[in-house]
Design a protein around this ligand. Structure first.
Ligand code: CDP
Ligand code: CDP
Length: 218
């Protein structure tokens, strides 16, 4: 059984989905982390398409969720921290727009789902990757609020980073993610919409847990 959350950067998908997974003791999948890992391979290929697709064929991306952290490895070496750098954030939407990359990540995601209950988050999970998901949520929040949240998360490890840079990155990713040809970010018609701008984190976790309990687990 699969539950999906889609929405733009900073709307609260990852932290909320992880809290829900921990509360309900279900599995968690972060598709954005996989696009970020693929972006590292693109950087390793010096942004050369031919080298990139050759490396993508050769390398093995693995991932697992443990202790509230989604870990990603390339050929067995952890890239969990590396995928969160501003360099990756600035490039990932360009890489994610390549149709072959989307097919590659979609296969990784679908292969990861075996027995059990999963909550997965991303941009196109309800529309393209898992259109038959049992329950779909679409999370959103005002751009300024999303940028403020992301800036607060990043500033400790990136002392030179400004709020303005973070806001520009998020606005540009929104633009690229909603305008790409293959599987753009769009609310699935059957998704429940949650605007988190004025919600507390606890409120949005409770709202999702309640809906899952009411609609799926009873
Ligand atoms: O955590 P944040 O919302 O900043 O981004 P993410 O979920 O890690 O996703 C990074 C990028 O991967 C997004 O901006 C999209 O370009 C891409 N992505 C996508 O195209 N489709 C998905 N299902 C998930 C992410
Ligand atoms: O995955 P996505 O990019 O949608 O967002 P995230 O990585 O979960 O980041 C959202 C950040 O905003 C986290 O630091 C949350 O603790 C914080 N936050 C939230 O998600 N919801 C609120 N109502 C308030 C803060």
């Amino acid at each position: 059984m699969i539950i999906v959350i889609d929405g733009p950067a900073g709307s609260g998908k990852s932290t909320t989905a992880k809290a829900v997974a921990d509360k309900l003791q279900i599995e968690y999948l972060d598709s954005g982390a996989l696009y970020r890992a693929v972006t590292l391979i693109y950087l390793e290929a010096n942004r050369d398409s031919e080298t990139f697709f050759r490396l993508l064929d050769q390398k093995k991306i693995t991932f697992y969720y443990i202790d509230s952290q989604f870990h990603v490895c390339i050929d067995g070496a952890s890239v969990t921290d590396q995928i969160r750098t501003p360099e990756v954030a600035n490039l990932v939407s360009k890489v994610a727009a390549m149709p072959k990359v989307r097919t590659f990540v979609n296969e990784l995601m679908r292969d990861a789902v075996t027995d059990g209950i999963y909550i997965a988050e991303g941009r196109d999970l309800g529309t393209a990757v898992f259109p038959d998901a049992k329950l779909k949520f679409y999370m959103d929040a005002d751009l300024s609020e999303r940028a403020r949240r992301r800036y607060n998360e990043l500033k400790k490890d990136n002392p030179g980073l400004t709020y303005r840079e973070v806001k520009l990155n998020i606005a540009e990713r929104d633009r690229q993610d909603t305008s790409r040809d293959k599987d753009p970010l769009i609310q699935s018609k059957d998704a429940l919409s949650i605007d988190t701008t004025d919600l507390t984190f606890e409120q949005q976790v409770d709202r999702i847990c309640l809906t899952i309990n009411e609609q799926l687990l009873n």
